[in-house]
Design a binder for this molecule. Sequence first.
Ligand code: NAP
Length: 272
Amino acid sequence: GIDIMQNFDLTGKVIIITGAATGIGEQCAYDLADMGATVIATDIDEAGVDATAAKIIKGNGKAISIRHDVTSEADWDKLIETCKQQFSRLDVLVNNAGIMMNIPFALCSYEDFKKQQTINVDSVFIGCKAAYELMAESGMTTSGSSIINLSSIFGQISGPMHTAYCASKGAIRMLRKSMAVELGPMGTKIRVNSVHPGPINTELGRSAAKDAEKLGLLADADERNKQVGALFPMGRWGEVEDVSGVIAFLASDASQFVTGAELVVDGAYSIV
Ligand code: NAP
């Protein structure tokens, strides 16, 4: 039989989390470290991600922080090299860093569109390319390694101002399916899944209403953000802890037969 508690334990796993200075990535860093993982917290915001790692270390967890722009191949190569040198393995990659451009189609330039894809999609492709050989090697001595990509319910449904964002999150869905098919059976034992949150109470989550207010499409962003909670059948906004638990599951051996899957974390927001 299996030891279910042991399957949820992340002790011994080395985990990269991108965009870990704030929001979902930051919470994820704390929670995965609490579950025993060694966390490599990365972000373009150096001071922010240093603070995340310092907080983990203060609580007797294991973490390092690295300044890392996810759109830079050179930064990815340096990051994976550091990972090899310091830990000799990589078990989990959480591709969390991202931006949400809230721009109506008519105002969205090709430059805007490309910027959105570069940060949200190209970053995941080059990150997985940089990481997968070390992950495959690490996975040979365990039940397998795990890539977790942050998509969104906006990879499944749409809304105004989100042409470029929806295209980027839709691409993450298919990247996950294609990579799961290729990286599972080739003896690499890398699972690839995507997480699809609904609106989560972070700066990014609250920004849609703020930008709509700036464009004169909405009278009062704070009021609107208060009302958004009522749109969820669960009756409240999602919080970062609602997402990090699902990421923890996908990082753990408890999900060792889950690959190519999409986990929606939206309090049923997208189905009503
Ligand atoms: P957040 O609070 O804005 O945090 C994202 C982090 O990523 C920030 O620290 C940001 O740094 C960093 N980042 C941005 N560009 C980067 C780059 N090029 N290289 C490295 N780091 C970079 O966002 P969040 O709400 O936690 O969202 C995290 C992920 O979940 C995103 O992929 C997002 O699309 C997805 N998601 C969020 C929601 C939601 O409602 N919040 C819903 C569905 C999906 P700066 O602050 O310095 O830019």
